[in-house]
Design a protein around this ligand. Structure first.
Ligand code: NAG
Ligand code: NAG
Ligand code: NAG
Length: 503
């Protein structure tokens, strides 16, 4: 059947959606400061960071440093000798902060520490207690290495003496008070170094764990039905206080063979997560279309029209009668329609929302025993496309099928203008192709990432891009607490994806 005629026609339709190659990454995962903060806090807990603070060797550090502090008199030196015990008695890591740096591709992590230290000496009956507050600052940067992949590293970890606050918690005699002040004078230079030496390696490990965890989430295979979607890291980046993964994507068939590969060497500069969204995942339109293609493979539907939709079969017979009465009489009870899809539905964005276009060939046979159709039609069908979420699945559903273009390709009954049967054909597609496609899309795209990042709900929406007249589709999670009572009706709510900056 596929004569040159059809090929021209199909190219004509597809040509409109074939835009020049898009060099931006096929997908971008953007992790905002809230996600980084929560996951780093958890990683520090996993590494028992506060236990390390409890173990800080305050006394030996003080003894080492005491020689270098000139103000210490001999009384103090002997006092230090009399301290029989000195320890951190309580330690807390307070709310850490993830902040943008003034430098490109760098973010700042601040970790405030709150500790109480106690010392015992025979010179005083009660334990002398100090409150110690300090802050660790570390920088996260993109590290390109010759051997391994480019990754984000935490470095320049330190606790500056500017952030150090020491205060005495007890009221003591004038004499002991002045001794305690001397102890603090020694601690001021000793503590930042001690914190750096003991805690920074742990913070580094915690960051690496978190980073590797993020990477695993971003690149965990996503089961499609059939096949799978695999993301791989193209490059990590930092944008303001966000961690950004530029991702490549592979589509695999049910035998785990790569059917489509989306890579791009050019990393994008993009904006941070949209307001109120702790993270977002953006997928390029061509990737979304390829996913839809995987979910809805090309196929041929054979429909015994009178059994399935008798009233539409009668309508078609009436339409054919207008063209050729003799042919209409030949239509038997097993009157058959074949619908072959020639492309997966292609998502297209317009001002009001998303639509999908699909090329099909529709053939009408008088009976199921006939091999030669009465006529063949080339049809570009259009759907309204709706994107929503169900649990942690991204769902696509089509509705309102219509016929955008229709051409008579072959006719055995007489040449006719197929526009005359558009209404009937639309009904046929509505009862057959539409539920078939929706059934295939029904399993959706499972996004384990949403729950793994600690969120219940996500939202996925489409965003028209003027740049290169491309469409992007983005998924973002909702804040755990709805911002306003109305925002719980999230599915219909329009949402803007962050825009790619021109760079
Ligand atoms: C994508 O990258 C892989 C491995 O780097 C390569 O094998 C494949 O051919 C590339 N595909 C395209 C379309 O560039
Ligand atoms: C999908 O769309 C069809 C109409 O095309 C509708 O009948 C069905 O309820 C929709 N499914 C969902 C889950 O919205
Ligand atoms: C369905 O499509 C027709 C024509 O394309 C349009 O007039 C109508 O408003 C659409 N209905 C819905 C519910 O989108």
């Amino acid at each position: 059947m596929a004569g040159p005629w059809i090929v021209t026609f199909l190219y004509g339709l597809l040509g409109a959606t074939l835009v020049q190659a898009d060099l931006r990454p096929p997908a971008v995962l953007n992790l905002g400061p809230v996600v980084i903060k929560e996951h780093l806090t958890q990683a520090l807990k996993n590494h028992d960071a506060t236990a390390i603070l409890h173990e800080l060797p305050l006394l030996s550090a003080m003894r080492d440093r005491s020689g270098s502090v000139p103000v210490l008199d001999s009384l103090m030196r002997s006092f230090l000798r009399y301290i029989i015990w000195m320890k951190v008695t309580s330690a807390n890591i307070l709310q850490l902060a993830v902040q943008p740096s003034t430098y490109d591709q760098e973010l700042v992590i601040r970790i405030p520490l709150d500790m109480v230290a106690g010392l015992n000496t025979p010179l005083v009956k009660t334990m002398v207690q100090f409150q110690m507050n300090t802050e660790i600052q570390a920088l996260v940067r993109v590290e390109k290495s010759k051997s391994g992949p480019t990754r984000l590293n935490l470095g320049d970890c330190s606790s500056s003496s500017n952030t150090l606050r020491l205060s005495l918690l007890n009221k003591l005699s004038f004499m002991v008070n002045s001794l305690a002040n001397n102890v603090m004078n020694v601690l001021v230079p000793a503590l930042p170094q001690m914190v750096k030496n003991h805690l920074c390696p742990v913070i580094q490990q915690a960051f690496d764990d978190m980073y590797n965890g993020f990477l695993r989430l971003a690149t965990a295979p996503i089961a499609l039905s059939p096949g799978a979607l695999d993301f791989g890291l193209l490059s990590p980046a930092i944008q303001d206080n966000n961690i950004v993964f530029n991702l490549e994507a592979k589509l695999l068939d049910s035998q785990a063979r790569v059917t489509k590969w989306f890579n791009s060497s050019v990393a994008s500069q993009m904006e941070t997560t949209p307001n109120g969204a702790p993270f977002s995942l953006l997928m390029r339109q061509d990737l979304v279309n390829a996913i839809v293609d995987t979910l809805v493979p090309k196929e041929e539907l054979v429909i015994l029209l009178r059994f399935l939709i008798p009233e539409v079969a009668r309508q078609l017979q009436a339409d054919i009668k207008e063209i050729n009465a003799e042919a209409a009489n030949k239509l038997g009870p097993s009157q058959m329609v074949k619908i072959a899809t020639y492309s997966g539905p292609q998502i297209v964005l317009n001002e009001d929302g998303a639509t999908a276009a699909q090329n099909i060939i529709l053939e009408v046979f008088p009976t199921n025993a006939d091999v030669r159709p009465f006529f063949s039609l080339g049809i570009e069908a259009n759907y309204e496309a709706r994107f929503f979420t169900e649990g942690d699945r991204l769902m696509i559903n089509f509705s309102n099928i219509s016929i955008e273009r229709i051409k008579l390709m072959i006719s055995d009954i007489k040449l006719f203008n197929p526009e005359t049967m558009k209404g009937t054909l639309t009904k046929i597609l509505e009862y057959t192709l539409l539920p078939n496609v929706n059934g295939k899309l029904r399993t959706g795209i499972p996004m384990a990432m949403v729950r793994a990042l600690g969120y219940e709900k996500s939202l996925w929406s489409v965003n028209k891009e003027r740049v290169g007249s491309r469409v992007r589709i983005c998924i973002r999670n909702l804040p755990r607490q709805p911002l306003a009572p109305t925002s719980s009706a999230n599915e219909a709510q329009p949402m803007k994806c962050p825009s790619w900056s021109a760079g």
